[in-house]
Design a protein around this ligand. Structure first.
Ligand SMILES: *Cc1c(COP(=O)(O)O)cnc(C)c1O
Length: 454
């Protein structure tokens, strides 16, 4: 890109484009980065810098960039039938095939799909359908959701309410009534002197206390990410999910596992629920469903929920113009075909995932790193002022930002949440690319250490 073009684009961006989750004044002054091309695990920016994208866009480009098959699938479907809706008793071939494919891939009797355009819309759908599920069974008072502090379930009204992000709740009068939050199983930050196992149990039992406080007859569902992503990749202690399973069954509370990040191979299993042993009734999915090539989300339901909606639900008064958009579902099918036929999930589980884990965990030897954690291909390192204590920096978030910017100068994209550096590369990353990722991360940590004057 020639420089005048770049300057013009930056000026237009500053003048006309409001960015999500950004301080738009500061951004307009600084100027945005323009990404121009992607291939495999790499993207290129406006200046021709080649960047190893260890965050897969936004946790989503599971098959890597630049696969022409997805564009070809989109074109073939657009040429044949660009659009038709799923209202009025209609449907299209790729949408039906995708629903059947998801039923095959999803665990247990999760056999039914409702299509949306995003993860946020999937969670808005969850809220409405779950309340409807209980209401039609004569339990309209069973309408309360329990989520988790710092959970992320999207940015629509219900999504942001079910999520537990304080900054989001401050804007727009959220959360909506009928949503409560419990604390997360974040052992590194909040476990204090407890063992991870004891802490995991304690945090799971906060769900039980909350249900008893609100009344089990009023609690409709518990929603949580298998591994809490945006909060900082909180991988729960092994005791956590089995106890949550027990509590949800005991009090007949539906269990919603938000698989938007964990779904489609991120943990080396097809779903995070399989990796962690979660008995979910409902699974919202998006992101890896299309590897981010086109927007698509879905809510996956088990037989119990689907049968009630079908047999007792009457007309479902919910849907989107683009529910089951045939171009999007055709792209998703092609993405799933590639993930499956090229054994990408399997390779992540048995070969590249363990290799990445071994090398990533070794970063915990760096003087700046208080903990390294990873599950499949999603992980984090926590930067700390005085190892081995698990204390945070006083000006929490600054050092993470410094490290992220330095990593970028070394050609490595990592995300910083507070002072945790988050990892979520395309699942197709090779061993030599993993070596490059780790070398760059070490150098970024060394330079961050130096920038702190240590
Ligand atoms: C990204 C995300 C969402 C929201 O998905 P969008 O497609 O951005 O609306 C919901 N849940 C989780 C766990 C996510 O990471």
């Amino acid at each position: 890109m020639t420089l005048p073009d770049l300057h013009a684009l930056r000026a237009f961006d500053a003048a006309h484009h409001i960015h999500p989750f950004s301080d738009n004044k500061a951004l307009a002054e600084k100027g945005t980065r323009l990404l121009t091309r992607g291939e495999g695990v790499y993207v290129w920016d406006q200046d021709g810098n080649k960047l190893l994208d260890a965050f897969a866009g936004l946790w989503c480009v599971n098959i890597g960039y630049g696969r022409p098959e997805l564009g070809e699938a989109a074109k073939a479907q657009m040429d044949r039938l660009a659009y038709y809706n799923s209202f009025f008793g209609c449907t299209t071939e790729p949408t039906v095939k995708l629903a059947a494919k998801l039923a095959e891939l999803a665990p247990g009797d999760i056999n039914h799909a409702f299509f949306t355009n995003s993860g946020s819309e999937a969670n808005d759908t969850v809220l409405r359908m779950v309340r409807h599920f209980w209401a039609v069974q004569g339990k309209p008072e069973k309408d309360v959701f329990i989520g988790r502090h710092n959970g992320y379930h999207g940015s629509t009204v219900a999504g942001a309410s079910l999520g537990g992000m304080g900054a989001m709740h401050k804007q727009g009068g959220l959360p909506i009534p009928g949503v409560h939050h419990i604390r997360a199983p974040y052992w590194f930050g909040e476990g204090e002197d407890l063992s991870p196992e004891a802490f995991g149990l304690q945090r799971a039992r906060e769900l039980e206390s909350k249900i008893l406080e609100l009344g089990a007859n009023r609690v409709a569902a518990f929603i949580a990410e298998p591994i809490q992503g945006a909060a900082g990749v909180f991988i729960p202690p092994a005791t956590y999910w089995p106890e949550i399973n027990r509590i949800c069954k005991q009090y007949d509370v539906l269990l919603v596992a938000d698989e938007v990040i964990c779904g489609f191979g991120r943990t080396g299993e097809w779903f995070g629920s399989q990796y962690l042993g979660i008995d979910a009734d409902i699974m919202p999915v998006a992101k890896g469903l299309t590897s981010g090539y086109i927007p698509l989300g879905a809510v996956l339901f088990n037989d119990r929920v689907a049968n009630v909606l079908r047999e007792q639900g009457g007309e479902l008064a919910h849907g989107f113009t683009y529910s089951g958009h045939p171009v999007c579902t055709a792209v998703a099918l092609e993405n799933l075909r590639i993930l499956e036929e090229e054994h990408i999930v399997e390779r992540c589980r048995i070969e590249t995932g363990p290799y990445l884990a071994e090398r990533w965990m070794a970063l915990s030897e760096h003087p700046l790193v208080g903990e390294a954690r990873i599950a499949g291909m999603v992980g984090a390192i926590e930067l700390v002022p005085d190892k081995p204590s698990r204390r945070f920096f006083d000006d929490r978030g600054r050092v993470g930002g410094v490290c992220r910017d330095i990593a970028l100068r070394h050609g490595l994209i990592l995300r910083a949440t507070w002072d945790a550096m988050l990892l979520s590369p395309p699942l197709v990353i090779s061993k030599s690319e993993i070596d490059e990722l780790i070398d760059k991360a070490w150098r970024a940590l060394d330079d961050t250490q130096r920038a702190l004057g240590r």
